[in-house]
Design a binder for this molecule. Structure first.
Ligand code: CA
Ligand code: CA
Ligand code: CA
Length: 239
């Protein structure tokens, strides 16, 4: 019995330490918020239409575009808005989840367009806000981030998407249990004098993570001693 007790204590401590594992930063297509997990978009301020792969659902996986892991499978919010306009999307997960961290990947336009260099003023945003909801209209802000703190008109890139026009924002949050969520993206600029239609922020993916699962090898290692223990106990009781 003492052996069984020790095995249980050991298993619990492994579980606790495993939950501290850091989350991934690459765009993910099986995370808690992904459409493949049953997430549905319940509303948005509108996406760019007309031959683009823009769809509010595209920031939650590759189902509505050409497939996973491509930067063209984006949400591009609607155009013809002014700097400071709040673009938003709301979604519902298939069940209550515990959100513990998220990963946001976005890209503003870049390069010479034949007239001027494109920067965060083109499809960039200045502020990202994340909310959880109760499903009946109350939203609680759980995260806020201001882009371009160095004011060089670039997102600056990240570990996995290093191009200067990319934003890769990964953060831990206070664990939040909810089924309803809302994201807001405040439009950075007014775009170009020549191309005034290029302002809606481009979001590639928004991933959400809960407590990390126990790595499989560790689980298998624990299973062995646990079963042996049970076998020994059974033997004892049968005798
Ligand atoms: Ca995803
Ligand atoms: Ca996507
Ligand atoms: Ca910057």
């Amino acid at each position: 019995m003492k052996k069984l007790f020790l095995t249980i204590i050991f298993s619990v401590s492994i579980l606790v330490f495993s939950s501290l594992t850091a989350n991934a930063l690459l765009m993910n297509y099986t995370d808690l918020l992904d459409v493949s997990q049953g997430t549905i978009v319940t509303g948005s301020s509108g996406a760019l239409t007309g031959g683009w792969s823009s769809d509010s659902r595209n920031m939650f996986g590759g189902t509505y575009g050409s497939g996973p892991a491509d930067l063209t499978n984006n949400t591009i919010f609607k155009d013809q808005q002014s700097a400071g306009y709040v673009h938003w999307v709301e979604w519902k997960t298939s069940a209550l989840i515990t959100l513990q961290s998220f990963n946001l990947v976005a890209a503003h336009d870049s390069g010479w367009d034949g007239y001027e260099n494109r920067n965060i003023n083109f499809r960039g945003f200045s502020t990202f806000r994340l909310f959880s909801g109760d499903g009946i209209g109350t939203w609680t802000q759980i995260f806020s981030y201001t882009t371009d703190p160095d004011s060089d008109l670039d997102y600056g890139g990240g570990v996995n998407y290093p191009a200067q026009n990319m934003l890769e924002l990964s953060a831990n949050i206070t664990p939040t249990v909810a089924q309803f969520f809302r994201a807001e993206f405040v439009q950075y600029g007014n775009g170009s004098r020549n191309y005034g239609d290029s302002q809606g922020p481009r979001i590639c993916e928004l991933d959400g993570y809960g407590p990390a699962p126990v790595p499989l090898p560790a689980t298998m290692l624990l299973l062995g001693p646990g079963l042996l223990c049970l076998a020994a106990l059974k033997k004892k009781f049968i005798r």
